[in-house]
Design a binder for this molecule. Sequence first.
Ligand code: HEM
Length: 232
Amino acid sequence: MKAWTCGRIFNQLVKAKIPGKSSLLRLIVHLGALIPISLLLYDYRIDNLTANPIQEITFRTGKTTLVMLCLTLACSPIYSFLKYRPALNMRRTLGLYTFFYVSLHFLTFVVLDYGLNLGLIYEAIFEKPYALVGFSAFLILLPMAVTSTKGWQRRLGKNWKRLHRWIYAAGGLAVVHYSWAVKSDIREPIAYGIVVALLLLLRVPRVKKATHALFDRMRTGQPPALARVATK
Ligand code: HEM
């Protein structure tokens, strides 16, 4: 099948008028985002959190934070390239779930692991480089979560966008934290690193422009430039 025919089909799928498309997506996002915490509570209830439950909770909440962060970062490119507006509407929801899970992750560290002993927490954060990096990511996400409302968006004006661009720094720090925290196999952190790097790359004006041009050609059903050159 020719590339531009695929493009037309893809275009029709994206633009398909499904009633309540946005609210269906919202429901899916909420259900999906609540699965990790539900499983965690269930496994806690049936005593299925391994021999080291604190470590297991730390790992699960940490991993979920990273997945939520990547999904949040993916919303803008999905809207930008596919013109799929519901994705943009999900950005705030996913961002808040990211913050929810990182808060659980952080609370596990300070409450369950360190029993709220401020001296020990301070020492641990400043002595373990991976904890410091994770903490920096948390400190970036905190003001973003607080200012995520429409009221703050209005009050901060242009600065709101500037502040929320820091999510990319949080993404980078989160990947570094993860790579540092895992003791041996760093294949998974590398995979997350590639995803975050690609999402960042899509923000570079040149790359964005080229990718836009490619998607626009696919949407209008015209063959992409390379195919045109090849058929000359
Ligand atoms: C955006 C922020 C963060 C993300 C995405 C994140 C993610 C992760 C991930 C994916 C892991 C490894 C899980 C695994 O090995 O399967 C992890 C481990 C860990 N994180 Fe975070 N984290 C963040 C912030 C923090 C903060 C703020 C702290 C505490 C100050 C923290 C403390 C820890 C600890 C203690 C571990 C376990 C290390 C070990 O025992 O191997 N993290 N984190």
